[in-house]
Design a protein. Structure first.
Length: 451
């Protein structure tokens, strides 16, 4: 059957789809394909994840175990660490991390290792799609040469006359657009952008994704599709930097930036609200812009907006710590030796996601100043060793009135809906609010400091 896989083949049912990376992007994608009747195999190097998945269990808060178990029992989904099974797949989708290294340069080691795992198992007319966010050129400059080492070819071709380009396998890029915890727009409702190495590759990928999303948007190349994802997140990064800077100015001018933003948002055209915070978090916005600024240097081009936005957003945790120090000082307290409770370590409200969370930096900065730190987060009963931080000694403390009263300062870093902000303010000596979470608390007095 492998040699009969024409682009239209991927519009059919009972396809065997392999998804590499069973995290916040790969797992929802796998379950969505299972929803429409495909047979999906999740590939991951984490044996604990594989064991849980095959037992019908979830390790991501917003993905119910019942859904995983339903597809496991129905033989629509299974997981494995055996990458040799890739040779049995019709389509292989790559959903692995693309972080920054210590120098804030792209770390494509996960993508490269994944491509090297696929290469010896690549079969004629298989479809391979990279979903991991990256700089324009990654698919054709990094992934394609690795996949072609076995002798199969996927020629670069676009434009007039390229429709009939013969290809041994299909290769495309389709950026993930996952937003953990978003109840308004799930994977099925979000259009999918697709660009192929050649027209046949693009058509094969479009046929596949058309089964699971409301709309498929074709672009001219993998490079264009890679750029689409970066533009989406650079747009957000720059606008968040703008309001973060305006927040600091508004504090000096004794203005409420949240009131200003909400009022501006009543304009029915030409304005989109963005909100300030203690720093950027998540797997995209803090990382993706630097992928483009790094690549731009190859073309002797300085991406000044991106660099400036990065400077402002990266500085926000430092701004928060300075504000907290000033607030303690006003209460005749030194930050050194003060007991501080950080509320929320997730990167945004109501998710169990720590990726690039500004809370991690806040804990580091406050610890360096000698503060005695605890945290509470309903989604993280305990912390663990991460790529850049090791807080494996910390566990979430109970949020009782007695516990709140023990701390010299409570720092609201993530505005989870589960928090009772009236009770938090009532029982705390001092609250530093980075999210405007206490806006509806009536009895604030001089306890609450916004920053």
């Amino acid at each position: 059957m492998g040699t009969d896989r024409k682009p239209e083949f991927f519009a059919g049912k009972e396809l065997k789809i392999g998804i590499i990376g069973c995290g916040y992007v790969g797992l929802p994608l796998a379950l969505r394909f299972a929803d429409v009747g495909q047979v999906v195999t999740g590939f991951d190097t984490d044996e604990q994840k594989i064991t849980k998945l095959n037992a019908g269990q979830s390790y991501i808060q917003h993905i119910p175990a019942d859904k995983i178990n339903h597809h496991v029992q129905g033989k629509r989904f299974s997981a494995t660490t055996d990458f040799s099974r890739l040779r049995d797949m019709d389509a292989i989708l790559i959903c692995v991390p693309t972080p920054l290294d210590e120098r804030r340069e792209p770390d494509l080691s996960y993508v490269e290792m994944t491509a090297q795992s696929i290469a010896p198992n690549l079969q004629r007319h298989q479809l391979v799609v990279l979903e991991s966010t990256t700089y324009p050129g990654t698919t054709e400059e990094l992934v394609l040469p690795i996949l072609e080492k076995g002798g199969l070819r996927c020629p670069l071709a676009k434009g007039e006359g390229s429709e009939n380009t013969a290809t041994d396998f299909y290769l495309a890029f389709s950026p993930e657009r996952e937003d953990p915890g978003n109840k308004q727009f799930g994977l099925a409702q979000i259009p999918k952008v697709v660009g192929g190495i050649n027209p046949a590759s693009c058509q094969a990928a479009m046929n596949l994704y058309a089964q699971i999303v409301s709309k498929v948007v074709q672009v001219s190349s993998t490079r264009a599709a890679e750029m689409v994802k970066l533009l989406e997140n650079i747009f957000r990064c720059v606008n968040i930097a703008l309001v973060n800077e305006l927040k600091q100015l508004s504090l000096r001018m004794d203005l409420d930036i949240w009131e200003v933003i909400d009022s501006a948002a009543t304009k029915p055209f030409g304005f989109m609200p963005f909100y300030p915070g203690p720093g950027l978090g998540g797997h995209c916005i803090p990382v993706d812009p630097f992928y483009l600024s790094w690549k731009a240097r190859e073309y002797d081009f300085a991406t000044r907006f991106i660099e400036l936005a990065g400077e402002i957003n990266t500085a926000m945790p430092y701004h928060v710590v300075d504000a907290l120090v000033a607030a303690l000082n006003a209460h005749e307290k030194s930050v050194k030796g003060s007991k501080i409770l950080v509320l929320g370590v997730a990167y945004k409200k109501d998710v169990d996601d720590l990726r690039e969370s500004p809370s991690m930096k806040l804990l580091e900065l406050l610890s360096a100043r000698g503060a005695q730190l605890d945290y509470n987060d309903p989604y993280f009963p305990a912390l663990f060793k991460m790529r850049h931080y090791d807080y494996s000694h910390m566990k979430s403390v109970d949020l009782t009135p007695q516990n709140l009263a023990r701390y010299d300062c409570v720092l609201i870093a993530t505005d989870h809906s589960k928090y009772d902000y009236d009770e938090i303010v009532k029982n705390s000596k001092l609250v530093v609010d980075t999210r405007n979470a206490t806006r509806n608390v009536k009895q604030r007095g001089d306890k609450v400091v916004h920053c």
